[in-house]
Design a protein around this ligand. Structure first.
Ligand code: PLP
Length: 385
């Protein structure tokens, strides 16, 4: 009876049962009028989530598919893009750009730091051939929040597009696409949307859309011109992931019921409670500018990340994520995204405490948990009123 999994990984995340059940209905036919009305409802609600009046496209792919779609639809071979590389997902932007024959210019940021907007400005000023800036809103491998708003202000003055991977950020903190002037925003289903994996999303500003016609990179499934034609006819170019879309409709309904503002307040609170708890334990955060989607914790000397996550998973059913790339073994990541009630962060912290203690690290158990509870008691009254 005690075998229950608690997912604190940055994708997949816990999915509410009403969302899962919505997708368990008999598969509707995607070309029938009934499904067109489902599509219109979803498309409207996605505009609410993206805070945009522009169309939001989706694909049957993981988030990386929409990253690839962004690159393939916006640029031409040999064009330069500035890639903010401060973690695993920044590296991915570079790999996609290279694969498509672009010339990535790397702005390397040490893992755990956020990019400085002045540095982006200097790079753009020094090289007028750069056509786009590719960045993460939340660099999920390090838990850093990059300054998207400031970057949008910088690119707006130039003929440069800001392409934001918001796969772990959309719906977690405010990223008002139209208001801030973000040109392209990419998202995925299995992170903040609290859905199973398999859907990716992409929205483009008017400025970005004008590049879609001009871009000469090859594309087929991800061709937004074809997708836009279908969109106008209230359908999709190819067979969409219908069952996932039914789940998406339910998830978007839940988000509307809660309201974006409250959702943001929830993530701000539980991430703060987690960070405070971690610090109370005498541990350090990796990120200098931490995001609200997850908390990345540096492990003390002598504690191997893989051992800790294995112990917690096998003994207690708590699944924390380890480090990626060069952070493998050195950090542990607690995710706040998905279907988590306010006090679940305390469970994650208690796992961290007992795990570290069992591996011989001297923690006074309850210290982190107690601090997190104080934060929640102090601010939760308002957020969950
Ligand atoms: C998870 C993640 C991705 C990759 O998404 P997949 O769905 O695994 O393809 C890309 N960028 C960021 C910031 C992510 O968190």
């Amino acid at each position: 009876m005690f075998k229950k999994w608690h997912l604190f990984t940055p994708g997949p995340v816990p999915v509410p049962s009403r969302v899962l059940l919505a997708g368990a209905k008999p598969t509707p036919h995607h070309r029938l009028p009934e499904f067109s009305s489902v599509l219109s409802e979803i498309r409207q609600d996605l505009q609410y989530l993206f805070q945009t009046k522009r169309p939001v496209f989706f694909f049957a792919s993981s988030g990386t598919g929409a990253m690839e779609a962004a690159v393939a639809n916006l640029f031409s071979p040999g064009e330069k893009v500035l890639v903010v590389r401060g973690g695993k997902f920044g590296e991915r932007w570079g790999e996609i750009a290279e694969t498509y024959g672009l010339v990535p210019v790397f702005l390397d940021v040490s893992w755990g730091k956020a990019v400085r907007p002045e540095e982006v400005e200097d790079r753009l000023a020094a090289d007028p051939e750069i056509r786009g800036v590719l960045v993460q809103a939340h660099e999920t491998s390090t838990g850093v929040k990059h300054p998207v708003r400031e970057l949008a202000e910088i690119v707006r003055k130039r003929d440069v597009l800001l392409v934001v991977d918001a796969i772990s950020a959309l719906g977690v903190y405010p990223l008002p696409m139209d208001e801030w002037g973000i040109d392209v925003m990419v998202a995925g289903s299995q992170k903040s949307l609290a859905l199973p994996p398999g859907l990716s999303f992409l929205a483009l500003s008017e400025r970005a859309w004008s590049q879609v016609e001009r871009a000469s990179l090859p594309r087929y499934y991800f061709d937004l011109r074809r997708e836009w034609q279908a969109y106008q006819k209230e359908t999709t170019a190819y067979t969409p992931a219908v069952s996932l879309l039914l789940s998406l409709r339910e998830a978007l309904q839940m988000i509307k019921e809660i309201g974006l503002e409250r959702l943001f307040a929830h993530y701000a609170l539980i991430s703060e409670a987690c960070r405070e708890g971690v610090k109370a334990l005498g541990l350090e955060l990796l990120a200098e500018a931490p995001c609200e989607a997850l908390t990345v914790i540096k492990l003390p000397q002598g504690i191997e990340g893989g051992k800790l996550t294995k112990l917690l998973r096998e003994r207690y059913g708590v699944i924390l994520a380890g480090g990626q790339g060069k952070l493998k073994g050195r950090v542990v990541r607690i995710t706040h995204m998905g279907h988590q009630s306010p006090l679940e962060v305390v469970l994650a912290l208690s796992a961290l405490e007992v795990g570290l203690s069992e591996l011989g690290y001297p923690v006074k158990m309850g210290t982190g948990v107690s601090r997190a509870l104080e934060v929640i008691r102090e601010k939760g009254k308002e957020v969950y009123a």
